[in-house]
Design a protein around this ligand. Sequence first.
Ligand SMILES: [Fe+2]
Length: 179
Amino acid sequence: MALCVAIALLGGLALGQEVSDRLLQLAPKSEPGVKLVVRGTVRDEGGKPVPGAVLRVFQTDARGWYTPTKVMDEPNARLQGYVRTGADGRYEVRTIRPGGYPHAPNARKSERIPAHIHFEVRAEGFALRRLQLVFDDDPRMTPYWREWAKKDRNPIAKVERGYGGKRSCKCEIVLARAR
Ligand SMILES: [Fe+2]
């Protein structure tokens, strides 16, 4: 996997942060959990692929924790990385299915936040796009959360099982031009 150093061209990247080209191994192969491959294409509003877009991807572990000691420490998520789209706008992230945040046993359904993977997508000439990928088969995806996903344009992924039971899903991303 080719790695290069992010340049300050795209705001929001830490200088010296490694950015994978097209393929990001987000979770180490030894990471506990169900392995999952997320694939997609970044496009403009006219459907044209956007090459060179940089995606920051971060998520919880299989228990629903962002770090081994702090459950909600999103900014310092252990499972996080950067990937740049190829000439065809495509990218691939190899990871595990995230766990949903732990909640109190008596929490209301609206307080049981679905498992999700965060994406922050930057490309020159486009507005920053933040989204949370959620999963259609997650028992926490109640009508309340489906409505939330629709309203905030958060994709609801259908996880498919391929050859050998390998799980994959799609996360197609559309960027609006910067104004
Ligand atoms: Fe989160």
